[in-house]
Design a protein around this ligand. Structure first.
Ligand code: AMP
Ligand code: GLY
Length: 425
């Protein structure tokens, strides 16, 4: 098989890497890919924009691509799956109507309420005055969300009524463009966040190993929100009892809700959950794709060939597959970021030590990197590398990731030193 992987993050490098471990996979082509996917054997980059659906389709048809795997939410929300399917291609990733579960928080909230999925109490607004009077009545802390896709920046956890009001103002004033046509105001939940990514063919839904991300830039989970500074799996807070509840109360209800809206959803459904101190589970959000950096810790532990699972989803025969098999042990990833991220940062810094970092227990997934004209790997984004360690337990996996990252250097490199603090303490 030849597979086309769409995207250029650490997630896509991990997807390409995992696919290439299977003897069934001859070649992976990444659109547009990064320095990591450009450097792997049997992998190459194709410099097209992720919204160039016609260009991708033409390439895929001319080059006998058997499967297209879509990484990011933006092309899914734009209907890449609908388009490529109409050209006769097999695509892993939901159709545009299904991607609304991530692309519109108001739509997702309505689906959750109708399907009986536990979630924070919320209201949707189309103008600031009504939103503010709701905030005044509810009090702080409270969460304000732009409805649409905002590259992970559209959620404001407001500690005060004033903060909530100013978030409402800026969203309606166009801070996130049309993503802010609606504002969702919701109850602030407390607890630990868990990411449950599940594979579905529209009928059957099966969870992958539960993971925990580290959203904040600073050690001790303080400071600004980021795309994710590190992750680990399988998180022990998601006990078998909790996962059984997630299966019936979240995942199966979501699939039923999508089906009742006439949506045949095939791909990844990612439930972002809040686990309260008393063990109660509520959905914070759904995503229509693999998580980043969760994928970089889940895939190293996957024993079933990934393409078999993906094809079973696309061909609607996931229910006939044996249970998903996993390797024993744990995985942890630490993100190396450019100095200044998630604010402004410089690009083009030469990265050294990647090969020295890689061992049987350590894999370096590239995110914001590229090959420069001298064939050097240089930084090309905020989150630059994900150094993933595996081991028999969390202590070992985390230690491996940190041993690996210590051999890597680039000007301004920053990483959190406390990834996995919850499972270590
Ligand atoms: P999202 O962009 O929807 O993934 O949300 C970003 C982050 O905002 C989540 O990972 C949570 O940390 C936080 N968040 C979202 N909704 C809530 C909520 N109702 N209560 C507390 N935190 C929330
Ligand atoms: N790790 C968070 C996300 O992928 O949305």
């Amino acid at each position: 098989m030849k597979v086309l992987v769409i995207g250029n993050g650490g997630r896509e490098h991990a997807l390409a890497w995992k696919l290439l471990q299977s003897p069934q996979i001859e070649q992976v082509v990444c659109v547009p890919g990064n320095g990591g996917t450009a450097s792997m054997e049997r992998c190459q980059n194709l410099p097209l924009a992720v919204d160039d659906f016609e260009g991708m389709s033409q390439y895929a048809l001319e080059n006998n691509i058997s499967l297209v795997v879509v990484g990011p939410e933006v092309p899914l929300a734009m209907g890449i799956t609908d388009y490529l399917q109409s050209q006769g291609l097999m695509v892993f990733g939901p159709v545009r109507a299904g991607a609304q579960i991530e692309a519109s928080k108001a739509w997702a909230k309505a689906l959750m309420q109708e399907a009986g999925i536990p979630t924070a109490k919320a209201a949707v607004f189309t103008e600031a005055a009504a939103a503010k009077s709701y905030v005044k009545a509810q009090g702080a802390p409270i969460v304000v969300k732009a409805d649409g896709l905002a590259a992970g920046k559209g959620v404001i956890v407001a500690e005060t009524v004033e903060q909530a009001n100013s978030a409402i103002e800026s969203i309606f004033q166009g801070q996130f463009g049309s993503a802010g046509n609606f504002v969702v105001v919701e109850e602030c939940l407390i607890g630990q966040e868990v990411s449950v990514l599940a594979l579905t063919d529209g009928l059957t839904i099966r969870p992958l190993l539960p993971a925990q991300d580290h959203k904040r830039i600073g050690e001790g989970d303080i400071g600004e929100n980021t795309g994710g500074m590190g992750a680990y799996a399988p998180t022990p807070i998601a006990t078998p009892e909790l996962m059984a509840r997630v299966q019936t109360e979240v995942l199966e209800r979501a699939i039923a809700g999508l089906k009742s809206r006439g949506i045949d959803y095939r791909g990844v459904l990612y439930a972002g959950l809040m686990i309260a101190p008393d063990g109660d589970v509520k959905v914070l959000e759904f995503n229509c794709r693999f998580g980043d950096p969760e994928t970089q810790v889940i895939l190293p532990l996957l024993a079933t060939p990934l393409e078999e699972l993906m094809l079973a989803c696309v061909q609607q025969r996931l229910g006939e597959m044996p249970p998903i098999a996993w390797k024993q042990g744990a995985a942890a990833t630490v993100v190396a970021a450019s100095g200044g991220y998630p604010g402004t940062y410089e690009k083009g810094k030469v990265i050294t030590g990647i090969q020295a970092a890689e061992t049987a227990q350590v894999t370096v997934f590239h995110a914001g990197t590229k090959l420069n004209s001298q064939q050097q790997i240089v930084t090309d984004g905020g989150r630059v590398l994900n150094v993933t360690g595996i081991g028999d337990n969390f202590q070992q996996a985390i230690a491996q990731a940190y041993t690996g990252i210590k051999s890597i250097q680039f000007d301004g490199m920053y990483y959190r030193k406390d990834i996995g603090h919850r499972v270590l303490s």
